[in-house]
Design a protein around this ligand. Structure first.
Ligand SMILES: *Cc1c(COP(=O)(O)O)cnc(C)c1O
Length: 209
């Protein structure tokens, strides 16, 4: 619906159902309803939950949307089809090593800290071009898009627009932006992936992030 209103084709926007903090029993009905793309923000949690859920439905795609530590890169490459949070040389190097070892090649997005918030992951907007180039040239990684999480309580529009400009400049296909509260706006700004949790699964306890 949001795609139609924004003059975008629905098949051009992928809904990533963010199932973090929800147990397998809450996820099964969503799989049964036909959803196939899911997002998790913690490697450990996904590893505990998903192998069993995927076993019955091999066409499920798992997206890592949370920060990645280099010591979890092996599990991340083994488990996820798309990683949205590449943002440091160490991570890029660890992912490249694991791709070499495992022969699995998840699609990779670079997270951009569009609000330059000190506590938030992601490269700064002015560092994005150089980092994407280093991923390619130093680590041999193919980067397919960008991801952002705009600052809470701010109008996300300028952040979505900024990410869209960087994507266009770099000629990348994917733009991961928009959550339960702002996915319609993100689609209007060109999102190819919206990450929607609470609007699908319901309220999460605040501490769980
Ligand atoms: C939790 C989370 C979401 C989903 O948030 P909702 O507001 O529940 O839709 C999207 N993106 C990231 C990176 C998240 O951690």
């Amino acid at each position: 619906m949001a795609a139609g209103e924004a003059g975008r084709r629905p098949e051009d926007v992928i809904l990533v159902a963010v199932s973090k903090t929800f147990a397998a029993d809450a996820i099964r009905p969503v799989i049964a309803a036909g959803q196939r793309v899911f997002g998790e923000n913690r490697v450990q949690e996904a590893r505990a939950k998903w192998p069993e859920l995927v076993a019955g439905t091999p066409d499920i795609a798992l997206h890592l949307i949370g920060p990645l530590q280099s010591n979890k890169a092996g599990d991340a490459v083994a488990l996820f089809d798309v990683i949205h949070s590449v943002d440091r040389d160490r991570i890029a190097g660890a992912i490249a090593d694991e791709i070499g070892k495992q022969g699995r090649r998840p699609k990779l997005l670079v997270q951009v800290n569009t609000g330059a918030e000190p506590q938030k992951a992601g490269v700064l907007p002015e560092e994005a071009d150089a980092f994407v180039a280093r991923c390619r040239e130093v680590h041999g990684l193919s980067i397919e898009g960008l991801m952002c999480i705009p600052p809470a309580g701010e109008n996300p529009g300028p952040h979505f627009a900024l990410l869209g400009e960087i994507r266009k400049r770099l000629g990348l296909p994917f733009l991961s932006m928009g959550m339960s509260g702002d996915f319609e706006k993100a689609v209007a700004f060109g999102a190819t992936h919206v990450r929607v949790g609470s609007a699908i699964f319901g309220h999460r306890p605040p501490a769980a992030g």
